[in-house]
Design a protein around this ligand. Sequence first.
Ligand SMILES: Cc1cc2nc3c(=O)[nH]c(=O)nc-3n(C[C@H](O)[C@H](O)[C@H](O)COP(=O)(O)OP(=O)(O)OC[C@H]3O[C@@H](n4cnc5c(N)ncnc54)[C@H](O)[C@@H]3O)c2cc1C
Length: 380
Amino acid sequence: MKTPFFDARMDFPEMERTRAEIREFLARDPATKTPHADSWSHFDPEFSRRLGAAGFIGMTWPKRYGGHERSSLERYVVVEELLAAGAPSAAHWIADRQTGPQLLRFGTEAQKQDILPRIARGECYCSIGMSEPDSGSDLASVRTRARRDGDTWVINGRKIWTSYAHRSHYVLMLCRTGEDPAARQQGLSQILVPLDASGLTIRPIINMAGDHDFNELLFEDVRVPADALLGQEGQGWNQVISELAFERSGPERFLSSFVLLEAFVERARREPSADAAMLIGSLIARLAPLRGMSMSIAVQLGRGEQPNFEAALVKETGSLFEQDLAELIMREVVPAADLTSADKFQRLLAEAVLHAPSFSIRGGTREILRGIIARELGLR
Ligand SMILES: Cc1cc2nc3c(=O)[nH]c(=O)nc-3n(C[C@H](O)[C@H](O)[C@H](O)COP(=O)(O)OP(=O)(O)OC[C@H]3O[C@@H](n4cnc5c(N)ncnc54)[C@H](O)[C@@H]3O)c2cc1C
């Protein structure tokens, strides 16, 4: 990396060491030969296995669960470098970022011993089963029901937009387990369902870039053992809220198209202009405070805190930045975007432009996040 934004001198000593290690790994890995914008939406199990074998997944988890007992800031550095290299990180991303930490926090000893080491080796991938056809922003209205029958849960319902369910091993489901029809947040539970379970149909949904990333899931009398419950029955809402802070605050909320910015800088070196220089300056100036906010949340999460408001702030300002990045560069160099181009800059620009609309939807929409921020500020 050449940009001062990533200058290792801004880091603590252990972060500098980790940054050197991950850079060395990425420089040698074949998967980084073709960098991608929105790289954590590119799925490559072989890359994730190599990353796991090198000790860069489950970094903060206890060694007895396959982790490496490193600090949350060291993990932060690794995530930054994966994004900065445009490395195809989708396979392990959700499991490393949020399902693993949820298991550590709420899982039984058996669940932790069974699943966490496989995640840390880069061999086990997880999906998020929150959204339903009529319940996205209003998550508390989910209708997928899990009914207890002896020593099994029987699940019926539908989930939608479930990223990589067709290539993952588990989906962590938010289900209604309570009987009271008036209850909303109460009566929800989280259940870890294997994606090859009998009665579960996975239907593809093709995104605007022509890729099969997300799916619709249909549950028809899907049976899982009673011990597939994560945490306590009826506590699903509180557990999901704690998961969202992990989901919303990381560098992927503002660095997913960093490779495009870097390619734009390279292009501007070859064809300098005052407009390009001003644009690069203004974009870098927005990145620095985003990084500061996001890093401080990583420290809070590492201490077991729940900085939900702060995470909403990073997600919203980060999405604005990422959408502006694609839009402003596109305006500067129209009509350079081309998904099939051999030119790296043209391809990355097309990828970023096609993925950008989803940035303010996935992980919570713009309006919902602004509502959370306004409430915390006492404005509503
Ligand atoms: C790329 C991508 C990947 C995704 N991956 C997953 C996944 O893996 N698992 C998963 O569970 N979900 C996933 N989602 C789904 C995502 O979380 C939902 O799309 C999102 O929460 C919005 O829900 P919805 O689509 O039902 O829209 P709605 O909730 O119907 O919202 C539609 C519009 O109305 C606005 N709106 C809704 N309520 C309010 C309100 N109270 N005040 C003001 N405005 C409001 C919204 O902001 C939005 O603009 C993914 C989405 C995308 C784009």
